[in-house]
Design a protein around this ligand. Sequence first.
Ligand SMILES: [Zn+2]
Length: 309
Amino acid sequence: MVTLSAILTPLGRQLQRQLRRELRDHRWIPGRRCSLTVCSSKYVLSAMHPMWQGPLAVPGGDRQSPIDIAVRKTQWDRQLKPLEMRYDPRTCQQIWNNGYSFMVEYDDTTDRSTVKGGPLEDQYRLCQFHFHWGESNAWGSEHSVDRRLFPAELHLVHWNSDKYSLFEEAVMEENGLGVVGVFLKLGKRHEGLQKLVDALPAVRHKDSVVEFGRFDPTCLLPENTEDYWTYYGSLTTPPLTETVTWMVMKQPIEVSHDQLAVFRSLLFTSAEEEVQRSMVNNFRVQQPVGGRSVRSSFDPFQHGEPSAL
Ligand SMILES: [Zn+2]
């Protein structure tokens, strides 16, 4: 027999998730008008995605992401500890096409999937991961290394659960978010990624959601997680808040052309829209580094030029 609570509880959870999504997507931060660089970037991107159209205010403007990592200007910080990522695959919940990327969302009500160590003073909970990619293999990543772009970039988004009680709170606050970035380069098929790729046709259109369980994002990390760059930056989608500690892995992971082709078969548009638009080039243009320092956990001259990877 189906009880009323059996129906209402999942419905309540669904509404809660919906509300959180609304908050994540539509919260708008009052701030000063964007800088010339950001405005000109917005102009370029306005032809690519509606998210970048209309007035775009950024809260500070001098700590924006993504950036180019100029290896010779990075500072080797011997104090940087290894990152400790511990993910419980059972916290994986669903995949959602939000009209800009696809988000693999995790239950972040407990500390079961977390990152700590590295440049982080606190423990951060995983709430979702997503990718950015290009229409061709020549570009697609948000960050670059010595101006070299990769075909795609993975972002594992975590929020500081030691200091804050909700993602929505952390996103606005100092040291609120910790994002691990991993470059994807063209190569052999990535077996770990394939389970996710197989599920993607179900979320082809904007606003579609499919249940997706037991996915351990550890399989998407490179073999070497000891070598990374870190800097203070922002979200690369609105609200663009400057609350992110970025940790960008030096070693990329390999994926096949066919796997990237499935990413590119997704759509920015919903099933009802007349003109369908391929989900490609869903990256933000790069922002000035300004006076910020980019630290590395490794000696770039001992380990060889990262651009030779
Ligand atoms: Zn991202």
